[in-house]
Design a protein around this ligand. Sequence first.
Ligand code: GAL
Length: 741
Amino acid sequence: MKKQILLTMCLSVATMLSTTAQTLKLKEARFHKGDNMEWKNSSFDDSGWQSMSILKPWNEQGTQNPNNYAWYRIRFTMPQSMLDDSDVKETVLFNMGKIDDADETYLNGVLIGKTGQTPADKGGYSSAWESVRTYSVSAKNKAIKWDGENVLAVRVYNGNDPGGMFGSGVSISVPNRIDGMKTVFAQKSLGDNPVCTATLKNTNRSTAKIILDIDVTDTENGESLQHINKKLSVKGNGTKSFDLAYSKGKCVQIKVTCTDAVTGKKNVTTYIPKYILTPAAPATPRYNGPLVYGVRPGSPVIFRIPMSGERPMKFSVTHLPEGLTLDAANGVISGSIKDRGDYEMTIIGENAKGKTEQKFTIKVGDKIALTPPMGWNSWNCWGLSVSQEKVMSSARALIEKGLADYGYSYINVDDAWEAPERNADGTIAVNDKFPDMKGLGDWLHSNGLKFGIYSSPGDRTCGNYLGSLGHEEQDAKTYNSWGVDYLKYDWCGYSREFEKSSDRSVAAYVRPYLHMQKYLREQPRDIFYSLCQYGMADVWKWGHAVDANSWRTTGDITDTWESLYDIGFVRQAELYPYAEPGCWNDPDMLIVGMVGWSANLRETRLTTEEQYSHISLWSLLASNMLIGCDISRIDDFTFGLLCNNEVNAVNQDILGRQAKREIVDGDIQIWKRPLADGSYAVGIFNVGSENATVDFASYFDKLGISRLSYARDLWRQKDISTTDTRYFIPTHGVKFIKIRY
Ligand code: GAL
C-alpha cells in the first residue's frame, strides 16, 4: 500500500546548524587497564598499549574491567585551518561521546573536563554513563598544538561492566559565533494559561548581534499564532528570554531562528511545549480502577478503591464477601477470603455532588496480578540514595495528590535498603536509612497500599548491597513479617555464582528464580514476583513456569528517546504472545516527571510528545506501570499523563492481551490491542524525526478493518470521526485511539 505520510512544516526538536565549522572525528585509541597519573602526559610512550575502538564499550572488544580504572589515549593533529575557518576563533569543543561511567579528560596533560565521580572523589563514586560530554577549551589555550600532534588522555572509572568510551566517538570543532547561540526552553506555567519561555544563551565569550525570529504555530492546521522578529545583541555568556503563551490542551510548535547579523549564518531550534490533554476529573465520584482483583485463598486482600471525585466520599460495597471489611471513609477493603471462587460485588461511591456504582469481582484462586501492577518504585528517581523518608514522601503524595484514586497502589523500595552485614542469626538487616520496615509496611497497608522490596539471587545486588544467596528462605520469611507484597529479584550479583559453572542451559537461568519462588509461595500472603534479569534466555518463555508475575525483558531504561525507542518499540515487538493475566512482560519503569537515579533529581529529558508515546505504549503493552519519579514534586502535566482513566483502562483491561505491532511503514508504527469489550486500542506512532500527517484508513486493509463504527481519542476522551481518519502526529508522538469495526 502506498505510504500516506505528508511531511509537515518545520524541522525537528533538534537544533539545526547551517554553518560549516570543520569537525575532526576520532574513533580509535590506545588503551590500558589500571591507573597511573603519568598516563595523562603527551610525552608518555603508549606504543605498547593495545588499540581500542571508542565507538563501543570495552566488553564488546573482549575486555572485562568492572569496578576499576582504565585509560584511553588518542593521538591526533589539530589543523590550523580549523581555527582559520571559524568566524569567531574563541573556543575548541571536544565532544567526547559517552563514557561509562566517570571520566577525567586531559589534553596534552591539562585537565579539560570531568563528568561523574570516581571512588577517590569527595562523596565517592557516582556514575554518569548516559551523559554526553562536551568539553570546551579556549582557542588560545597553550595546551593546544595547532598543526602539531596532540594527545587526549581519558581516565575512565567503571562500576559494573559494560564500560569505557562508546557512542559516536570524539568530535572536535572550532565553532562559528552562531554555533555558540543556544536556545533552551522551559515551562513557565501550565494550567489554564500555559506559558513557555525560550531563552537564548550566548555561550561565546564575546557579544553576538543577531536577528531573532520566533514563530509559534498551531500544529494541527499550520496557523501562525505568534511571530516575533527583532534585532538584538546578547552579551558573551549572557542570556535573553521570551515568554510565549499558548492555549490549554493545544499542541503548538515553537521555532526559534537566530541569524548572525554579521555573517548571515543561522541556526534553528524547534520545540513542542507541554500541553495537557487529559480532561480534569469531574467532581462527582468516578471509578478509575481495574474490574478484577486476584488473591489466593486465605491471603490478605488489600485494595484501596480507586475513585476520583470531591472529598469527603462515602464508600459502600454490596455483597462484600465474608472475611472482608470496608473502611467506609477511606475506601480500603481488607481481610481475607477462605474459599476459592469468583465473588461479584458492587462498589458504590457517594459525595455531595453525586453517586456512582461499579461492578467488581474478587477472584480467589491461584492467580494474582490479574491486571498489571500499578504503583511507584524508588529507583528511577532516588537510585541508591533512597531512604524510608523519601519513600514515605512519595507514598503520602500518591494519596494526597490523588494518584491512588487511579489505581496506583504498590510502593516499591528498590536497591539500597540493606545493611552492610546480616544479623548474627543470618537474617537480613536494614541500613540506617530504613529505621522501621514493618512500620512502613503497616502504614502502607492501613492506607490500602502495597509494599514492595528488592533483592538479588546473588550474594550482592547491583548496587553492591547484600543479596539473598544462601538465605532465600530466611529472607522470604522476613519479607512476610514486614508485610511485603512485591519482590523485585535482580540477577546482578548472581553472575559471579553463575560463572562458577559452565552450565548455560535454560535450566541454569531458571534455577535461582525457582529457588526463591518456593519460599515466597510458602508465605501466608501473596507476594508479586518480579523477575529482573534483563530478558536473558528468553525469560518470557519460562517466566510463567517459575510462577513469576512479571519479568523484565531488557536492560535498564533511561530518560532518552534512544532508550525508549529501543526498549519500547524494538524489543517488545515480538513479545505479545507471552503476556496474560497474572504474567506480564516488563519493559521497565516509567521515565516521566522528576527522575535522576540519585539524590539530584531533574525533569525527564523526554519531550512532551515522547512522554505521551511512552505512556500510550506502556498501556498498549500491558506493562507494569511503576512511576519512577518523585511524586511529591509531580506537576499537572505529569499527573495528566499518569492519571487519564481511559488510557489507564487500556493498561488494566481484563482480557490481558498485549498489543501487537501490526504496521511498520517507514517511521509510522501501528500497535493494536484487543480489549475485553470487543473494541481495540490502537497506537499510531511517529518514531521519525519529522512531523507527519497519517491517514489511518490507508492501513485498513492490512489491519483487517473494513470501516470504523466507533472511534475515540483516548487522551482527549472525545469521540472522533469514523470517516475523517487523517491525524497530525508530531515527531516521536502518537495518536492513541479506541476503535470498533
Ligand atoms: C539493576 C536493575 C535496576 C535497579 C538496579 C538497582 O540491575 O535493572 O532496575 O533495580 O539494578 O541496583
